[in-house]
Write a new protein. Structure first.
Length: 204
């Protein structure tokens, strides 16, 4: 090949090299921006949790005093989701019950009284009905008893099973604002018992 032909061949290759190098440079810059920029709020960075959100376990052995409760998301009577961890920073009573449960009927007015007395302390009562229809629960809760705390539907008793609390109704689990179980009571409670458990649950 002559010197002139070699020169022409080299000149014809130069644009290809320049274009190829430019493409590589653009790809490298894109990777730096979209992958390397995570520490500066780049795409894909996880959203910050709400200030009071609790990080709760989802299952384990039967719940015990001093442990954390298990996370759950159940539907209220309007079909809206209610998640336990959304009440982080507030005292909570989880009450397992059913409309056909005689002792539950005796206990419900006492829970209502405690709810009214402790609303200023942020008390939340989640009444987990055991596998009944929403209209049945609504008739009992609102029409018959005029209760104002929150009923939710434990369909299939799955949350009661997860907590290891199937078999005794009512059963109540008291949780302090830090997400720690302070008491578990099986059977109906009288006002003095509820007050005693809340004294150990709500910071003074």
């Amino acid at each position: 090949m002559s010197t002139q032909e070699t020169k022409l061949t080299q000149e014809s290759r130069n644009p290809v090299i320049i274009i190829g190098g430019g493409v590589v440079l653009i790809i490298a810059l894109a990777l730096l921006i979209f992958v390397g920029g995570g520490n500066n709020g780049g795409v894909g960075e996880p959203a910050a949790p709400p200030p009071n959100a609790l990080q709760l376990p989802v299952s384990g052995p039967p719940v015990t005093v001093g442990a954390q409760p298990y996370e759950f998301t159940l539907r209220d009577l309007d079909g809206n989701p209610v998640t336990l961890s959304q009440f982080g920073g507030r005292p909570v009573i989880i009450n397992f019950w059913a409309t056909w449960c005689g002792p539950c009927r005796i206990e419900m007015p006492h829970l209502q009284a405690a709810f009214e007395q402790r609303q200023d302390d942020g008390l939340v009562i989640l009444a987990l009905d055991q596998d009944e229809a929403a209209d049945t629960v609504a008739a009992f809760f609102y029409d018959e008893f005029g209760l104002t705390f929150t009923p939710v539907l434990d369909e299939g008793k799955l949350t009661a099973q997860n907590y290891g609390l199937v078999g005794t109704l009512p059963t109540s689990v008291f949780i302090n604002p830090d997400g720690e179980i302070t008491a578990i009571h099986r059977g109906p409670m009288v006002p003095e018992q509820i007050d005693g458990y809340l004294a150990d649950t709500i910071p003074q």
